[in-house]
Design a protein around this ligand. Sequence first.
Ligand code: ASP
Length: 355
Amino acid sequence: MLADFLPTSASSASSACLPRIAVVATGGTIAGALTGTTAAAPAAVSLTAHYQAGILEIEDLLEALPVLASVAHIEAEQSVQIDSKDMTLAYWSQLVYRVNALLTRAEIDGVVITHGTDTLEETAFLLHLGVKSSKPVVLTAAMRPATALSADGPLNLFNAVTVAAHQAAIGQGVLVVLNNQIHCARDVTKTSTYAVDAFRSPEVGALGWVQDGRVEFQRAPQRRHTCASELEAPLEAWPLVEIVMNYAGASTVLVDALMAAGVRGIVAAGTGNGSLGAPLQQALAQAVRRGVAVVRASRVGAGHVMRNGVVPDDELGFVSAGTLNPYKARVLLMLALSGDQPAPTSRLQSIFDTY
Ligand code: ASP
């Protein structure tokens, strides 16, 4: 029987001194399954793509992974059960609060969060800025549901707990572990709608790797994070910050609507080096004159946005997002605008140069 060859649980007598890892489950494809509706799809197409995210409870996922007991003592909680496309700011506040609370407990050595892949990079970066502990925090996910042929969730979860339980992960900020790679929350982004190796850190690459219990870091995060972060995630009342994009023929309709809605900040996902069509650039410069913070990022997916390169940022009052993609620039801008301090452009630029 194949099952006779699969690893089960800890055989070592030393399990008493294993680290204690809290697993906070939020749903996603890692907890996805074929359901009544999705099971109606023909067998050939229901192998990996037809399913519903956020169906299985964390206890079910852990029960299918008895080998985890050889790595850590697990304390699991089902926090929410959602598809991460439906992530909310209110839940983000709760999650930052909960992770910080778990990490203040002396007996907890690290936290693993299971999450959907769609907004994982945003949640990870939020925690990277808002968690005030050097203990490991690791997000993991899956590209294929738990009921798929060759589901990737079990190994990703095992690897995430392995990293969270490892000394080398202390002080590295919030980490994202999928497909045997360890990524920095600031750098990582989802780059494929279907591939198992969907998560990449463009330009800089992964921080390290994990395989069969072995963890190796090849570099460390360069920017400020966790304990060194002076930014706080709001407990409520997040500032309204939205993203607009430049593309051929982009009009000012969206910026006008955002201004009417009382937006506090706009991230512009510009073309190329964060460039903006003339009407959009004028509308955004006008927004700055009316007290709205405008950050230029790029829709390209790699590289950096050069301040005062193709756009006169000094003159127009724009901030450059540097290497942050538009979604992460939005997270940072929300945190930068939620403090008590006023946020002149120079201060915002310094925050974007620091985190
Ligand atoms: N829609 C899913 C989610 O983000 C996708 C995934 O987890 O891979 O929750």
